[in-house]
Design a binder for this molecule. Structure first.
Ligand code: NAD
Length: 255
């Protein structure tokens, strides 16, 4: 990865899946741009950015006009080129997340889609002119996109839209050599995960029933992101890669 330039959006703290990925990108030699949500998040993210010698550190709330564009502006000025992006961003208003999908408000649904799905589409649009020799766009999804997962609620349809967007972006950007993939990660205790009710039960279920009889680590997700960013996967695009200890293969498993 030496000489490759990458953007990581979605580090909140040292537990973030995006941080595990950033550490792996850096260890493999990549040069990184890193973002933080807002002033409140900055003290948690800045020391991590320093630890991996990030060339660019900027605020980026994808719901605020111009912030994502400003990050791409900085990368254009500093590097003039981009090789990969990891989008690890998800959010929904908590009242919509914690209720039934049946009761989800139009506004809550729209906000969850804007932050968690459309921001990835915008990222693709902004990355396109910087990926003149191709590149790799990655996002993070969850099994709740494909199957009903209790308490995942509105995020299920939102992640389904995200996975579908991966396929359409792969189709549209493929002729330019830009690959687009998702990692469907297993359950990991992070800040975002703490917003999902009964998350500990999801972890227990994974540990009991996944083929590997355990859940995954953030580092395992980060290493998969490194793989998808690397030249080892130059023929892989439009894929949703499960990094979930195999949990997704389960139908009805009785133990
Ligand atoms: P996390 O809380 O560490 O990361 C979520 C990130 O989203 C945070 O950095 C937060 O600042 C960012 N974010 C929220 N709203 C934003 C906005 N408006 N603009 C910019 N950034 C915003 O938790 P995580 O678990 O590492 O989540 C990263 C991704 O992984 C998410 O897409 C999540 O759905 C996905 N995922 C997580 C798990 C899990 O078990 N933790 C499993 C599968 C998928």
């Amino acid at each position: 990865m030496t000489g490759k330039k990458g953007l990581v959006i979605g580090i909140a703290n040292e537990h973030s899946l995006a941080w595990a990925a950033a550490r792996n990108f850096h260890a493999a030699g990549a040069d990184l741009a890193v973002t933080y949500l807002n002033d409140k998040a900055r003290p948690f993210v800045e020391p991590l950015a320093t630890e991996i010698d990030a060339s660019i550190l900027l605020p980026c709330d994808v719901a605020q006009d111009g912030q994502l564009e400003a990050v791409f502006g900085a990368m254009t000025r500093t590097w003039g080129h981009l090789d990969f992006v990891l989008h690890a961003v998800a959010w929904s208003p908590s009242e919509d997340l914690h209720g039934r999908l049946t009761d989800c408000s139009a506004d809550g649904f729209a906000q969850a889609m804007l932050v968690s799905c459309h921001s990835f589409i915008r990222t693709g649009k902004l990355a396109e002119p910087l990926m003149r020799t191709g590149g790799s766009l990655m996002t993070l999804s969850f099994l709740g996109a494909e199957r009903v997962v209790d308490h995942y609620g509105v995020m299920g349809p939102v992640k389904a839209a995200l996975e579908s967007s991966v396929r359409y972006l792969a189709h549209e950007l493929g002729p330019k050599g830009i690959r687009v993939n998702a990692i469907s990660a297993g359950t990991v205790r992070t800040r975002a995960a703490s917003g999902i009710e009964h998350f500990d039960e999801l972890i227990d279920e994974t540990e009991r029933k996944s083929p590997l009889r355990r859940t995954v680590t953030a580092d395992e997700v980060g290493r998969a992101a490194l793989l998808l960013a690397s030249d080892y996967t130059t023929a892989i695009t439009g894929e949703v890669m499960h990094v979930d200890a195999g949990f997704h293969v389960n139908g009805m498993v009785f133990h």
